[in-house]
Write a protein that binds this ligand. Sequence first.
Ligand SMILES: Cc1cc2nc3c(=O)[nH]c(=O)nc-3n(C[C@H](O)[C@H](O)[C@H](O)COP(=O)(O)OP(=O)(O)OC[C@H]3O[C@@H](n4cnc5c(N)ncnc54)[C@H](O)[C@@H]3O)c2cc1C
Length: 455
Amino acid sequence: MNYQCKIERIYETEVLVIGGGPAGFGAAVAAARNGAKTMLIEQASVLGGMSTSGLVGPFMTCYDNDCTEQLVKGVFDELCLRAEAMGGAIHPSKVSGMNTYNSYYLASHEHVTPYLSETLAVLMDEMVTEAGVKVLFNTRLADVIAKDGKIEHVIVLMKEGLAAIKADCYIDCTGDGDVAVGAGVPTWKGDKETGVMQPTTLFFEVGNIDREPFIAELEANKDRLDDHMGNAYSWRVQEGKKTGEWKIDKNEIGMYESPIPGRFKVNTTRMSFVDATNTEHITAAMMEGRKQIQDILAFMRKNVPGCEKVELIQVAPALGVRETRHIEGKYELTTEDVLNRAIFDDAVCTFAYALDVHLSEGGGVIFTCVDRYYTIPYRCMLPVNCDNLLVAGRCICGSSEAAASYRVMPACVALGQAAGTAAAIAVREQITPENVPIDELKRTLVEQGAVIKDS
Ligand SMILES: Cc1cc2nc3c(=O)[nH]c(=O)nc-3n(C[C@H](O)[C@H](O)[C@H](O)COP(=O)(O)OP(=O)(O)OC[C@H]3O[C@@H](n4cnc5c(N)ncnc54)[C@H](O)[C@@H]3O)c2cc1C
């Protein structure tokens, strides 16, 4: 079926960021602050992606694996500090040990950042506006017009109908590599060999928990929580499996307290073998997730101390998607790089969260801590086959296992900051992102707060 139409609404900009999640937020702020005329389009009505629409949280650790040094700063740290000043977050430097903010996990879970998604939403609005970014909500990428390895413009769907946006440089922060695919960049989904993607989860938030008995049971079971295998309330889940009361394919009840005492984000539903680039799959997973939430609430009321009167505060409007596409880029970050402290000449950020592979069957995770930290090279954000595109966030070029570390939000904001800064330099110097002088990029990032380890 062919369809033609004349597009009347045309925007022009220097940098166009597609997708306003953690990566897109970091990219837009950095591109604008570094002098580029910047636009950001987002299909939802809020910035933050998984951190707001997905109700995901807390920000996973931004420290090294020894818990001695904060490795993600820059735009990410500014976000944490400003959210804290608004009463909507606790700075990661103040969160240590086993506690309700990290669901009593120790490994790779110290120094998380608990936050309120509502605070992030308004703060991100504020920060992009201050930076001078033009933001369009309810605007979805519809098509990419590329020729000879270069994007000429993109077509977007707005309330008014279709529009075109033409930019010098594009940054794909859709999480799914939607722009890259449209531009003809090769991608793969999930594990390269099997194509299996990590399971999806629909987050929800609860309140009205009696914290004293709730915490007392976690404290009493501290010794079996230490290795990240006997997870929070897993003993209650085991009992529930025997009686048939627990029906979810997950071995724990992951509850992460927010800065408001007694209000928790719950990471427990699980929908496996979902391809979140497929609309029918997303629809079915959302419906199944909402059903699972009712089952989990009923289970909690009956079986979890302190949760007898637990109330549902809200269900995420967007499905929690851990993994879809990975783009083919100039370098593929490997599992070994992540585990063995890889240091790259073109590193743009440093990170240390564990490989956190959620299994599609059996309800568990394979969790492997890294050797203190690793770096991520700029080349992972440079796709093959497209000269004026950068990719930031969970879909950069890396193995499925490697992504199980850098997909978490502090790294995505840092990658976004790096991509936005590079795009601004490319536009200013009228060069392609690939030709951005790496020394200048690294110097600018470090001047603006990034931590880039060279040994
Ligand atoms: C269940 C679950 C638990 C997690 N737990 C944690 C945790 O505890 N801590 C942590 O730090 N991280 C956690 N993560 C990881 C983290 O939330 C995501 O990997 C991270 O948000 C990815 O950032 P991103 O910017 O790449 O993509 P997203 O956050 O997915 O943002 C992408 C944005 O692009 C928009 N978009 C997509 N396609 C289009 C399009 N075609 N047109 C316009 N806009 C578009 C989306 O609406 C969205 O706003 C978890 C993830 C999941 C799913």
